[in-house]
Design a protein around this ligand. Structure first.
Ligand code: MAN
Length: 524
């Protein structure tokens, strides 16, 4: 214990010497590894308080190679604290903060070599050289931003013009919509009036039709009745007004299965559970069943051929002849469709003809038709204007940058080709991917939002809700934006499956006013 205290004192002494070795390059005395901005927190005449305020220690403990503060603030110039930070001044280049664990680890981290002070000469000071390179690059970037900024200013002007034009167009569209709605309402009124007249005129025809239908139905009913009573009289051989089982047993038509006799089952079929039927029962029950059979017997009625097995048996010779005939015509059996031909069917088809109306009615119909057409047109016009209004509103709501510098780029499409795909970014709209081997276009995202980090919101665009990835989420694209003299895509990659990273350069991103100055800015 005593020994370790002695060691610690010895260390302190050595380090105190280091502490007071103030970098020859600096004007402000500060312990090793401390930045100029924090120099005032390390005063050799006062005790040192850890940055986190947890303890205050004698100044001699600073950089004594023993970690006293939880936050590592007492050991900026040694590797004693795991969380310490070493500051390299890097005169001639950018100053740098490195984890103090890298101090004296044999690797040159700072370009001025100060992190390896325990081995003088191990690291040469290359800051001037690096600084020069960095300054040249920064100058290039500054020049690019300067040239690009001219184009950007034009874009801003055009963007603002476009937006004010759009605002004016929107106003005009609102006016157009109001007018179109007035016209639509007028057309609606006109249509109702003309349709009322049309309806009134047509009602005369409908009434006449209905009367005609009723008359025909009545006629039909009477015919049925006459026919039924005539047949009843024929079957009722003793003319007693009642049809008995004995009476129908001798009538062929009641022999449904044509086996030569009218059996009990057939009687049951035509009479129900009765032994006899009177005229009234006959009309309602028996006659509807007998009539088709009578017609069949008289060859007036042919039942429809439904099932294949219902097909009439064909004489083999006849069939052979038929097939031969068909083949003669050059037909292939399989391709021949048999078209059923039934004259009776033809009679059922009503000609599809419009009725003839008197001139006055026809005129009213034509006027109402025209009014309907005009209303449809007026409604379509209103819908089209509304859709335009929505598009203008959506565009006016879009964030085109602080000064509208991106407004004219809306809808502009840029392409990028790699070995496999052609990518297309239509700004503020969508991103797509098309395989060079064909196939359909795959959506990689619809315009979503600006997603740059705070202070630099307009440096990143996000396009989301693309086509679903197989067994995964929807595809999405991130567009990183940098200054360039023309708008173009410089790379497209897919760092994660179905997540695409697009690099876009555009003059809209060139801004020489807030360009961070890359230079010999250090704290000396
Ligand atoms: C397609 C392309 C690729 C994507 C895969 C995912 O092949 O859209 O970019 O990685 O689908 O299945």
């Amino acid at each position: 214990m005593i020994y370790s205290a002695w060691i610690r004192q010895l260390q302190s002494l050595t380090i105190v010497i280091f502490t007071f070795i103030i970098s020859a390059q600096t004007d402000v005395p500060r312990p090793r590894g401390v930045s100029l901005s924090k120099a005032s927190l390390y005063s050799p005449t006062k005790d040192f308080t850890c940055f986190d305020g947890t303890s205050t220690i004698p100044f001699s403990y600073v950089n004594d190679d023993y970690c006293d503060c939880f936050d590592g603030s007492d050991e900026p110039g040694t590797a004693a604290c795991l969380n310490g930070v070493f500051y390299c001044t890097n005169a001639g280049h950018r100053p740098q903060n490195i984890p103090s664990s890298r101090v004296n680890d044999g690797i040159c981290d700072c370009c001025d070599g100060t992190d390896e002070y325990a081995t003088p000469g191990r690291c040469s000071n290359i800051c001037e050289e690096l600084g020069k390179e960095a300054r040249a690059k920064a100058q290039q970037l500054a020049d690019l931003h300067k040239s690009g900024n001219h184009i950007r200013l034009e874009l801003i002007e055009k963007g603002n013009k476009k937006r004010s034009e759009m605002a004016l167009q929107l106003l005009q569209l609102e006016k157009d919509k109001a007018e179109a709605e007035i016209i639509k309402n007028e057309k609606e009124v006109l249509k109702s009036e003309l349709e009322a007249k049309e309806n009134e005129a047509l009602q005369v025809y409908r009434d006449a039709e209905e009367k005609d239908r009723q008359r025909k139905a009545e006629l039909e009913r009477q015919q049925q009745e006459t026919e039924a009573s005539e047949q009843f009289a024929r079957f009722d051989s003793n003319s007693d007004g009642v049809l008995t089982t004995d009476e129908i047993k001798v009538v062929n038509v009641f022999d449904k299965n044509k086996d030569g006799e009218v059996d009990q089952e057939e009687i049951l079929h035509f009479f129900g559970d009765k032994d006899s039927v009177n005229m009234e029962d006959f009309m309602s029950t028996t006659w509807p069943m007998v009539k088709p059979l009578l017609m069949l017997d008289q060859g007036m009625f042919r039942p429809a051929v439904k099932e294949e097995d219902d097909e009439p048996e064909v004489d083999e010779e006849e069939e052979t002849q038929r097939v031969e005939d068909t083949e003669d015509v050059g037909g292939d059996d399989e391709n021949i469709e048999e078209i059923p031909h039934d004259d009776a069917d033809e009679q059922d088809i009503e000609p599809e003809q419009s009725r003839a109306y008197d001139d006055e009615t026809q005129k009213l119909i034509d006027e109402a038709t025209e009014a309907r057409r005009q209303l449809t047109d007026a409604e379509r016009t209103v819908r089209e204007i509304e859709s335009n209004i929505r598009t203008f509103q959506q565009n006016l709501e879009k964030d085109y940058g602080l000064q509208q510098e991106y407004a004219t780029l809306d809808g502009q499409c840029l392409e990028y080709e790699d070995k496999e795909y052609i990518y297309k970014l239509c700004l503020f709209q969508r991103v797509t991917q098309k395989s060079k081997n064909g196939g359909m276009e795959v959506g990689l995202g619809e315009w979503g939002e600006w997603a740059g980090r705070e202070g630099n919101k307009y440096s990143v665009m996000k396009y989301t809700n693309g086509m679903a990835c197989w067994n995964g989420p929807s595809r999405m694209s991130i567009v990183n934006i940098n200054c360039g003299l023309e708008s173009k895509l410089t790379s497209v990659t897919e760092p994660f499956r179905c997540e695409y990273k697009i690099e876009l350069t555009t003059p809209a991103a060139c801004d020489d006013s807030n360009l961070t100055q890359e230079a010999t800015h250090d704290e000396l």
